[in-house]
Design a protein around this ligand. Structure first.
Ligand code: UDP
Length: 420
């Protein structure tokens, strides 16, 4: 017999950077693991698939472009954070995208049903206000004028770490899942009630959920499995999902400084950097493009040199990996630097030569390295994905029970999760 899923969840996101889809996939995988065949989940890039006109349907390309010229992103982020910027964004979105986004929420692409989702979850900063307005419109169905009337549960799962844009935080959500103290404070500042905020950590890929190594785990078998030298100190250089400018310079500086170590460079989707670096590769430098087994590389390494991406940092913590951050996107990634520095498991520096000497000094001091590894483990939240998935599932299951029992009104979906 085929078991029909008992609940449908629509995850709203956009592929601006790799993190939103990675988190959405992680939640879907967690539901499949925890509740096989009980949750049917659709993940939709609402802007790319339903944005009616430019610039809404072109966000992904524009984000990539702005990430290459960070000052443009800085401007966009800062303007969008001002009261006028927030108001303008909300009003334009509602005027231009409302109808086509209604279609997105009204006709989801579930495998088991064509009905609207039992619950909607956002993992993107630009999917709160407009989605809540649409849910209110669809749920009240002409029955009331209350603009905040809503019966469909709506939750936000923030996929940034040490900093976040104000649009992430909307006081009308049922719950907002934040990964850190810094973001809890931002949520409170944006008028969310403490009872709406749940703090577990960042949702990340299945490879990082369990079997977290401790500081006593030997890295040699993992290195051998990856074709690396089992006993050499290992430095991992990662430029984020799309790769990032400066990777080649950084790799060359590290290669020159780390004569007694091995360097693994993961270029992500940065094909140009990969091609250039492959010409420099030798016994002590391994160059990879986009890898799907980042957890294995992180478990093999002693130090991570990376741009300040939230996913990469959270993953590094789980592997007890000290981090040297060499770049960040202004705005949401700036706060990831204090997250690492105050957590005592890394530092920020933008000069390749200085980075190379710092990494060498870390490797030369096993005691200091061990302290940083322990601090990274302390900041790790390997259970976060499963915890968030469990809470969300409980909300949608309870909601559906109430629907069967008869009628659920505004706000009734609250009170399922105990805020930590
Ligand atoms: N990543 C990967 N393979 C690669 C390069 C990166 O799986 O070759 C993953 C990395 O493990 C992380 C994500 O891509 O989960 C990057 O997310 P992050 O939040 O660090 O930065 P973003 O790319 O979203 O700016």
């Amino acid at each position: 017999t085929i078991t029909q899923p008992k609940a449908t969840i629509q995850i709203l996101m956009s592929d601006t950077g790799g993190g939103h889809r990675a988190s959405a996939n992680a939640l879907r995988d967690a539901w499949n693991t925890l509740y096989p065949n009980q949750i049917d989940c659709e993940i939709v890039d609402i802007y790319t698939e339903y944005g009616p006109v430019w610039p809404y349907n072109d966000y992904v390309r524009m984000y990539k472009l702005m990430a290459q010229y960070p000052w443009t992103w800085d401007l966009f982020f800062r303007f969008g954070s001002t009261p006028f910027g927030l108001w303008l964004n909300a009003i334009l979105l509602e005027t231009i995208c409302f109808q086509s986004f209604v279609t997105c929420l009204q006709q989801p692409d579930f495998t088991t049903t064509k009905h609207r989702a039992d619950m909607v979850v956002s993992v993107h900063p630009l999917c709160q206000d407009i989605a809540l307005k649409i849910l209110a419109y669809l749920d009240r169905n002409g029955a009331t004028r209350d603009p905040h009337y809503r019966t469909t549960p709506f939750c936000t799962v923030v996929t940034d770490l040490g900093g976040a844009h104000p649009t992430w935080f909307h006081p009308q959500v049922d719950y907002c899942f934040v990964p850190s103290d810094a973001l809890r404070q931002l949520a409170l500042k944006r008028n969310l009630q403490p009872s709406q905020i749940v703090q577990h950590g960042l949702p990340i890929r299945q490879g990082f959920w369990n079997n977290a190594p401790s500081s006593s785990t030997s890295k040699a078998p993992q290195r051998t499995a990856l074709g690396l030298h089992p006993d050499l100190p290992t430095v991992l250089l990662v430029g984020g999902g799309d790769g990032m400018g400066g990777l080649v310079e950084m790799a060359v500086a590290l290669q020159q400084e780390l004569a007694d170590a091995q360097l693994v460079v993961i270029c992500g989707n940065n094909r140009a950097a990969q091609a250039t670096l492959q010409q420099h590769s030798n016994n002590n430098m391994v160059v990879q493009g986009f890898v799907s087994n980042m957890d294995e590389y992180m478990r093999a390494a002693d130090v991570l040199v990376t741009k300040a991406g939230p996913g990469t940092i959270a993953e590094a913590c789980i592997c007890g990996l000290p981090c040297l951050l060499f770049a960040y996107l202004p705005g949401q990634e700036e706060g990831n630097i204090p997250f690492v520095e105050q957590g005592g498991f890394g530092a920020y520096c933008s000069d390749p030569k200085e980075i190379a000497t710092t990494v060498r000094s870390w490797i030369a001091d096993p005691q200091q390295l061990a302290v940083m590894q322990e601090n990274a483990f302390k900041a790790a939240r390997p259970q976060a994905t499963l915890d968030i998935a469990r809470d969300l599932a409980e909300i949608v299951f309870r909601h559906n029970e109430k629907k069967v029992d008869g009628g659920i009104g505004k706000g009734e979906s609250r009170g399922v999760v105990e805020s930590s």
